[in-house]
Design a protein around this ligand. Structure first.
Ligand code: UDP
Length: 237
């Protein structure tokens, strides 16, 4: 099968792992996400993954309760490692060879992030899960996703969400919300569309790295996207 995107960076929010639970990791949902990832790995797509930690801990939340922001962000980054190890475990049980590479080295549980090693893993067909965000407080995993996409020269960033693209207003709250098939980075920034944080969008814009926003809860969507089917909303220059 002809692939439109040979190497992708998949950004999953931590909340995607919760399913309908209010906290933590739902193993059924993790299984479904892993099956979607296996599908594209089997097609021959090289897959890098960045996971957030909103299902466990966000630095901003901790800081709003009086914690030191940098300490809270460090906790958030560690929480992404928990999610990354959970995804690795499920992926490997479905037969996908994976490596977790952490921006904060913790050699007893995973590899440290080394760019050239990461690209080597991808070339060998291993899914690489980039854990611990950028390794720096005051950033988010959206920015980490764009950063890693640039570093591994991914063809596209796929941001998997629960809605089927970017709308001019929240489709859950407004029945007349209109979906964008395509939009520019400037549209996202100037209209404050909240698809991804502005630091991540600005970084992608500098390198014109396209971002596809799609609904991951619909089975087969990521495969469709990598094969070139027009789904979701495409953000580019
Ligand atoms: N974080 C950070 N630096 C990074 C990436 C993440 O400090 O480079 C922290 C930050 O506290 C953030 C938390 O990790 O709130 C979890 O990431 P994020 O909020 O992006 O998760 P998501 O919203 O995707 O679930």
């Amino acid at each position: 099968m002809e692939l439109k995107y040979k190497r992708i960076l998949l950004k999953l929010s931590g909340e995607a792992l919760m399913g309908n639970d209010s906290f933590g990791i739902n193993t059924d949902v993790l299984g479904e996400i892993s099956a979607e990832i296996k599908e594209i790995v089997d097609l021959g797509v090289e897959v890098g993954i960045v996971i957030g930690a909103g299902n466990i801990f966000r630095g901003v939340r901790g800081a709003s309760q009086g914690m030191d922001r940098a300490a809270a962000d460090n906790m958030g980054m560690l929480a992404t490692v928990i999610n990354s190890l959970a995804l690795q475990d499920t992926l490997e049980r479905c037969g996908v060879v994976t490596r977790v590479m952490s921006a904060i080295p913790m050699r007893l549980v995973c590899e440290p992030y080394i760019r050239r090693r990461a690209t080597r893993h991808l070339e060998k067909g291993r899914a690489v899960i980039f854990a611990a965000g950028t390794g720096n407080p005051y950033f988010t995993t959206d920015s980490a996703g764009v950063l890693r996409a640039l570093e591994i020269d991914a063809d596209i960033i796929i941001k998997a969400t629960k809605v089927d693209g970017v709308y001019d207003k929240d489709p859950m709250l407004h029945a007349d919300a209109v979906k964008y098939e395509t939009l520019t980075y400037n549209d996202v920034l100037s209209k404050n569309l909240r698809v991804m944080d502005s630091a991540g969008i600005a970084l992608a814009m500098e390198d014109n790295k396209p971002i596809l926003v799609l609904n991951m809860t619909e089975s087969g969507n990521i495969s469709r996207a990598v094969c070139g089917e027009k789904i979701g909303s495409l953000i580019s220059c």
